[in-house]
Design a protein. Structure first.
Length: 220
């Protein structure tokens, strides 16, 4: 099935709609450095698909950080809050794609590991919050993106089965679980996601350099 024949379009945020994964990569490094730890090469891949609560818990447990997850979360939130409110931009062609989909009466939803307060601040600043019919986050479904639950929840909120929806992801973990649950998996390449493009290609129905590749199909 071609992507423009689908009815529902479910978007990840960090690295897919938000050009923010570079910021998080920097935050991870600074936070670990704050506790005297050098960031391992595999850390980003393990933590990127988790929300703040699970990501900080994973970090505290993996490195035995004094003060636990709360100490890590304090650093993460101090560094990220201002960025989402003031600095984070949209990825190339993101706004154009969203408006093109709405013009075609498609149903739009978000499925993200990003905490809702940070997400809504950035969505509102860019004037796109009202384009989405539903917002699903891993914190409310209780499982990270290694499970398809957050995508299934988003699809349910817009009243569509997975076979009628595309999931847009920059991360291999999420793309793999969405693909396994029967969604059309639309991948984008992000250099800070920790996901190898070849592995992404293996778990996506389609992989593009950015959202512009998909925009061309919708407006053609």
């Amino acid at each position: 099935m071609k992507i423009d024949e689908l009815d529902g379009f479910i978007f990840d945020l960090d690295g897919t709609l938000f050009a923010s994964t570079g910021m998080w990569h920097d935050i991870y490094g600074k936070a670990l450095a704050h506790f005297g730890i050098d960031m391992p090469a595999d850390y980003t891949e393990h933590v990127n698909h988790l929300n703040i609560a699970r990501g900080t818990a994973y970090t505290a447990e993996r490195f035995g950080i004094e003060g636990g997850a709360k100490a890590v979360e304090k650093v993460w939130r101090e560094l990220s809050g201002k960025a989402y409110a003031n600095d984070i931009e949209l990825t190339p062609h993101a706004k154009e794609l969203l408006y093109a989909l709405k013009k075609e009466d498609k149903h739009l939803a978000i499925a993200t590991a990003l905490d809702r307060d940070l997400a809504e601040t950035c969505l509102s600043r860019h004037g796109i919050a009202g384009l989405f019919e539903a917002f699903a986050e891993v914190g409310e479904v209780g499982r990270d993106k290694s499970s398809p639950d957050v995508y299934l929840h988003a699809a349910k909120l817009i009243g569509l089965p997975p076979a009628r929806c595309a999931v847009f992801e920059d991360g291999e973990v999420g793309a793999r679980s969405a693909h396994g649950a029967g969604f059309f998996t639309a991948g984008v390449i992000d250099p800070f996601s920790g996901s190898d493009p070849q592995r992404m290609a293996a778990v996506c129905d389609r992989l593009e350099r950015d959202l512009g590749g998909y925009l061309a199909d919708i407006v053609s």
